[in-house]
Design a protein around this ligand. Structure first.
Ligand code: DOR
Ligand code: ZN
Length: 344
């Protein structure tokens, strides 16, 4: 098989940043996706109808007039998010979801939530209005080992949220462990998960054995191969609860190659090719369309896209770096050979 066509995919989790970065990130997001959820962790974060509208407009300035690529905007929850704030954004058709970052968990999460119990009224109104909750599922407790933070978050917090708001649609973003796969799989239809290309293609040995590779550092951090294998199984299973979310998160090269490097992998340069690589390795290319183009739309209650994209077998080497305004990006799998290329 040297050519495959699938329904045009959507990215249910991406970071485009703002200002000059949009010159690079918007065209990259449009490359193979029709719709992208745009995460709101800017500095300052996107916390109101007004700031969402402003951010959406700045993104759309970079979309060519003949394109129907669609950014789906998300509101950043803080300890001070009010139900009025959510209602206002919802009534104006501005929000596709609300993102929960535990304060301090990751890039620009300082304004995130410190006390989950304080969000009861917010979760209540989201459940009532049918607004999905996108969760960065890690505890920030410094006594918890970084490799265990996702599991402890589920055990301590997610089970509670699920119990108290049984019909709130929840997406556990960028899952990284076998435990998360099982939690999502064994739960009801209101909970699903996204999976990134880096967590399918790499494990912590790739990042740390024989030298530290900062461009593979992301959060939640890559885990051991047992977990990578559980994620591959889930993504390639065709199960409706697992779908594509790249978590493409650009940082200038110098900010990653630093004494305290930033978390995040940029993957929009070759998003669908990276997933195709992982699916082919697992002998499951026939399941790529469900994961990339069907399951997410179904969970979010949207129509599937009507266009198709094609991938051709034509091995190519991912560039070692790319321009990013007046700095550079090292893209995910830089220097590696990918077997599939998006046909344009
Ligand atoms: O690795 C990550 N990078 N994980 C996140 O949760 C945020 C993201 C970013 O914005 O850089
Ligand atoms: Zn993210």
């Amino acid at each position: 098989m040297d050519r495959i066509s699938i329904i045009k995919p959507d990215d249910w989790h991406s970071h485009l940043r703002d200002k000059d970065a949009l010159e690079t990130t918007v065209p990259a997001a449009m490359r193979c996706f029709k719709r992208c959820i745009i995460m709101p962790n800017l500095s300052p974060p996107v916390t109101s109808a007004e700031s969402i509208k402003k951010y959406r407009d700045s993104i759309l300035k970079h979309r060519p007039s003949d394109s129907d690529w669609t950014p789906l905007m998300v509101m950043y929850l803080t300890d001070n998010t009010s139900i009025e704030c959510i209602r206002t954004a919802h009534n104006q058709g501005l929000i596709f979801g609300c993102k929960y970052y535990p304060a301090g968990a990751t890039t620009n999460s300082a304004s995130g939530v410190t006390d989950l119990n304080g969000l009861d009224a917010v979760f209540e109104i989201m459940q009532e209005l049918g607004i999905p909750l996108q969760i960065h599922g890690e505890v920030t407790d410094s006594s918890v080992d970084i490799f265990d933070r996702e599991k402890i978050f589920i055990d301590r917090h997610l089970t509670q949220i699920k119990h108290r708001f049984p019909e709130l649609r929840i997406i556990l973003e960028h899952i990284t462990t076998e435990h998360s796969v099982e939690f999502v799989r064994d739960n009801d239809k209101y909970i699903a998960a996204t999976i990134t290309p880096q967590h399918l293609l790499f494990n912590r040995n790739d990042m740390l054995a024989g030298g530290i590779r900062p461009h593979l550092f992301c959060l939640p951090i890559l885990k051991r191969d047992l977990h990578q294998n559980a994620l591959i199984k889930a993504a390639t299973s065709g199960e409706k609860k697992f779908f594509l979310g790249t978590d493409s998160a650009p940082h200038p090269r110098a900010n990653k190659e630093s004494a305290c490097g930033c978390a995040g992998c940029f993957s929009h340069h070759a998003a669908i090719e990276l997933y195709a690589q992982a699916f082919e390795r697992a002998g499951a290319l026939d399941q790529l369309e469900k994961f990339a183009s069907i399951n997410g739309a179904e969970f979010y209650g949207l129509e599937k896209n009507s266009e198709l994209i094609s991938l051709v077998r034509d091995p190519w080497q991912v560039p070692k770096q790319m321009d990013y305004g007046d700095s550079y990006l090292v893209p995910l799998a830089a220097g590696h050979t990918l077997n599939w290329r998006l046909e344009t």
